[in-house]
Every structure is written in structure tokens, then in C-alpha cells.
Design a protein around this ligand. Structure first.
Ligand code: BV8
Length: 246
């Protein structure tokens, strides 16, 4: 008699393998088992300790650039020391076998480091800097984050800032267009490790549902999406993909 867990994993594997167009959207929870803090939820999460609008908005940066830089440098040191987990590797391997469109809200780059070739990074890239002046366009790799910055780096025309999307800033039109197209055409949409509270990312599951896709959520906790999905796997993502890979 197959244990429930084994049956769940077999059903999930079959669903992945028979999907015509699979869309997976990940959030901070997919990197939790790599030791990277999430944004909401437990007492170690970023927004339970810091004010998001002070640290993840242009207004917060203008008010105190050094405070924002210190937070991002600290996050870079966390990410630099982290390794992808079974969920990142499992998604990279899955894309070798089925048509998978991978959307992430994460800026940690762990999907790329696990081997995913095509990742739609909705909220940008932690390990890149860009000029704060949008008309400048200068970008560079963030290389030295072993210690807090002495002074915020500058471009000719303005401060440099992390190349991420802050609250109140628009996502790139191409990211939104590609994600909307993929979710409109998918037959299976899997939400992994996101509280489904930040828009427009959280809206993609609604688009998939409206297009008749099967919705699956992999998250140990209930979220704003849970009541709308067809199937909840209330397990940590890394553990689920370890099971699929074994
Ligand atoms: C925009 C910076 C146009 C990058 C971040 C419509 C309705 C309501 C509000 C809005 C709307 N449209 C726009 C808004 C405003 C705002 C918004 O959505 N606010 C919310 C909070 C109400 N959106 C914006 O401003 C966006 N811009 O739309 O531009 C515009 C402009 C002005 C006004 C209107 C429109 C920009 C959004 C991007 C903001 N940037 N951070 C960075 O430094 O990282 S937000 C931050 O939240 C991160 O980017 C993160 O990616 C994102 C989502 O968080 P999650 O990934 O879901 O993480 P969270 O911690 O919440 O959840 C983790 C989950 O994992 C939990 O459920 C947990 O149970 C689970 N978990 C834990 N361990 C595991 C696990 N799951 C699986 N396995 C485990 N092991």
C-alpha cells in the first residue's frame, strides 16, 4: 500500500510530466531551505523586523541611502553564502523534460545558480547595481559585499542602487507581458513559496485560473491563494522536490 506521501509525489510527478504548458511561480519560500529569510510570516522574516517602505522603496532610499545599502549588502552576504536547494535543482531538471516557464519574485539568483536557463525575474537581481537616475542606464555587477559599504557607490549622475524593483516601482513591461502570455496559455500553474500578497505577481495565478489551468500550491502555510487552488501540498518545497528526485 503506497503511503499517502508517495501517492502525492507520484501524482505531482505525473501532473508535471503530462503538462502541455507548465508555469511555475516562486517566491521567497523556495529559498528558505537555503537559509535565506522570507519577507512575511515568522519572526525571522524581513518585514517582521524592518519597515518594507523604509528599505524597499525609492523614497526610503532617498531618505537614507546608507541604511538601504547596508540592508542590501547584508542580504548579498547571506545570498553569497547560500546554496541552491533541491527545489531549485528540481525545477532546473524539470525544464529539461517539459515545457516550463519559470517566473520568480526572488532576486537571489538561486534558480540560475541551480542551472535554470530561462527565468523571468520579476523583481530584478540582487547581485546587480544600477544608477538611481533612470535615464542614465548604467549597470554593474555587485562584487564587494563582504563588509558593509563605507559610502554609497555613485555613478557620474547619481547614487547607484540595487537593480531590484521596489514598492511603488513598475516591473519591466517585458516581464509582465511574458508572464501574462505564459499564464494565459498554461494548463498547469504551480505557486511555490509565496504568500501571494504582492502585485502584479500575485495576479498571475488568477490569469491562469481564468484560462482554465489546474492550480497547485506548494507551501507549508495557507496563503491568499490557497482557497483558489485545486491542490495544496502543505510541505516545504525542498522536501517535495527531494521526494520527486529520489
Ligand atoms: C507595481 C524588493 C505599478 C525586491 C519587493 C494591486 C493591489 C494592491 C497593491 C498593489 C497593486 N499593484 C501594485 C500594488 C502595490 C504593491 C503591492 O503589491 N503591495 C502589496 C504589499 C499590497 N506592488 C508594487 O508596488 C509593485 N509595483 O505594481 O508598480 C504601481 C506602482 C504604484 C502603485 C500601484 C501600482 C512592485 C512589487 C515589488 C516590490 N518589491 N521587494 C527585493 O529586495 O527583494 S516586495 C517583496 O515581496 C519581495 O520582492 C518578494 O519577492 C515579494 C513577495 O514576497 P514572497 O516571495 O511571497 O515572500 P513572503 O515572505 O511574503 O512569503 C513566503 C512564503 O513562503 C510564505 O507563504 C511561507 O509560508 C512560504 N514558505 C516558507 N518556507 C517555505 C515556504 N514555502 C515552501 N517551502 C518552504 N520551505
Amino acid at each position: 500500500m503506497l503511503k499517502t506521501q508517495e501517492k502525492m509525489l507520484m501524482n505531482l510527478y505525473d501532473t508535471f510530466m503530462t503538462a502541455k504548458r507548465l508555469v511555475v511561480m516562486t517566491g521567497a519560500g523556495v529559498s528558505a531551505e537555503s537559509g535565506i529569510a522570507t519577507f512575511r510570516g515568522d519572526q525571522d522574516s524581513y518585514w517582521s523586523r524592518f519597515d518594507p517602505y523604509q528599505l524597499a522603496s525609492a523614497e526610503g532610499f532617498i531618505e537614507a541611502p546608507q541604511r538601504v545599502w547596508d540592508w542590501y549588502q547584508w542580504r548579498r552576504s547571506q545570498v553569497g553564502a547560500a546554496q541552491p536547494n533541491a527545489a531549485h535543482y528540481g525545477l532546473a531538471e524539470l525544464a529539461q523534460s517539459v515545457p516550463l516557464f519559470l517566473i520568480t519574485q526572488n532576486v537571489d539568483g538561486l534558480h540560475h545558480r541551480a542551472g535554470s536557463q530561462q527565468v523571468c525575474e520579476l523583481h530584478g537581481r540582487l547581485m546587480m547595481n544600477r544608477c538611481f537616475n533612470p535615464s542614465c542606464g548604467y549597470r554593474e555587477d555587485a562584487i564587494d559585499f563582504s563588509a558593509p559599504l563605507i559610502t554609497c557607490p555613485r555613478c557620474q549622475s547619481a547614487y547607484l542602487r540595487p537593480d531590484v524593483v521596489w514598492f511603488g516601482e513598475s516591473l519591466s513591461a517585458s516581464s509582465i507581458q511574458q508572464s501574462e502570455a505564459a499564464t494565459t496559455e498554461c494548463d498547469v500553474f504551480v505557486s511555490i513559496g509565496t504568500s501571494a500578497q504582492v502585485y502584479p505577481a500575485a495576479g498571475f495565478a488568477q490569469i491562469a485560473a481564468a484560462s482554465g489551468a489546474q492550480l497547485i500550491e506548494i507551501n507549508p502555510e495557507a496563503t491568499a491563494l490557497t482557497s483558489q487552488v485545486d491542490w495544496v501540498i502543505a510541505e516545504p518545497a525542498g522536501k517535495v522536490f527531494e521526494g520527486l528526485r529520489s
